[in-house]
Design a protein around this ligand. Structure first.
Ligand SMILES: [Zn+2]
Length: 300
């Protein structure tokens, strides 16, 4: 029996919905992940689905072992987790295996006879339906068939989807455009950087975000914002400053304004959000909106 914890399901659904936001159907993309798990006789317990790509060419050659293994944090293998399958999405297309999917699945089964392929279509979710199916193929990869699985625990899938969508709606994937308040003030509601682990971030890994101001202006500029961190990361330097307090920078030129250090408490999805961002140019009327960029950099 295949067992899927709710946490793993929610993470992959979030990844799927970010690439297929319900309010923007023209931007729907398929995405793909590797399924990790632990095998104990007849029991296969999924431990993680690692996002590895989205878009039109989401196929990852499972026979390219070096590439595949480089996508997985070594700690996973140390904890006894193995690749037990793959997962991809069919946004709005339904739950089936295409010819290519079946060929891909055959490669996974040659690597491990119990390997499986998970297909998720977020539009197929209801209160009692997870919106995904798990398939295997016959020895020649010609026919595919559905395999049973169990959720642990059982929950309301529609409710979880609604929750994720409400968060996505708060923070649209597109870069927000600034709002001009007056001739000297520009504001952004939210500037958000998604941090996707564990392909990017591993447990206890340090990383830093550089907040960069890009402007052609060289005038006295005041920048204020708050930082909100969601998910599995925690700021470390200096913690109290980033605890919902307003942060203020004053600068006379463009460039890096602040370096914020974080530590990943666990793999998974996280985001750094600058909220209530406001730029004030005291010296001269703003002719052109300056750009604010939050660059993420993982420290080795
Ligand atoms: Zn497919």
């Amino acid at each position: 029996m295949i067992i899927i914890p709710d946490t793993v399901y929610k993470r992959f659904l979030q990844f799927a919905l970010e690439n297929a936001p319900p309010h923007d159907r023209s931007n729907w993309k398929e995405c793909i992940g590797l399924v990790l798990g632990k095998i104990d006789n007849e029991l296969m317990r999924v431990t993680d689905i690692i996002p590895i790509g989205s878009g039109t060419s989401v196929f990852v050659d499972i026979t390219d072992y070096e590439k595949v293994f480089s996508l997985i944090p070594p700690s996973k293998f140390e904890q006894g987790e193995v690749i037990i399958g793959w997962a991809h999405t069919h946004p709005g297309l339904g739950l089936f295996f295409s010819g290519t999917d079946s060929k891909t699945q055959l490669l996974y089964q040659r690597m491990h006879p119990k390997a499986f392929g998970l297909v998720l279509d977020p539009t197929a979710i209801s209160s009692t339906k997870s919106g995904f199916k798990i398939f295997r193929v016959d020895d020649l990869g010609r026919d595919y068939y559905a395999v049973d699985y169990q959720m642990d625990p059982i929950f309301d899938f529609q409710e979880v989807k609604r929750e994720i969508i409400s968060q996505l709606a708060l923070f649209p994937a597109l870069p927000p455009s600034p709002q001009r308040i007056s001739n000297t003030e520009i504001s952004w509601k939210n500037i958000r950087v998604m941090v996707r682990g564990p392909t990017l971030i591993r447990k206890n890994q340090l990383f830093k975000a550089a907040l960069v101001l890009k402007t052609t202006l060289n005038q006295f500029i005041r920048l204020q914002y708050r930082i909100k961190i969601t998910g599995k990361i925690q700021s470390i330097v200096p913690l109290k400053d980033y605890n919902q307090n307003q942060i203020v920078h004053e600068t006379i030129s463009q460039g890096t304004l602040a370096i914020i250090q974080f530590i990943a408490k666990d793999s998974g999805f996280s985001s750094i959000i600058l909220t209530d961002v406001k730029i004030t140019d005291y010296t001269q009327e703003l002719q052109k909106s300056p750009d604010l960029v939050l660059n993420l950099e993982v420290q080795e």
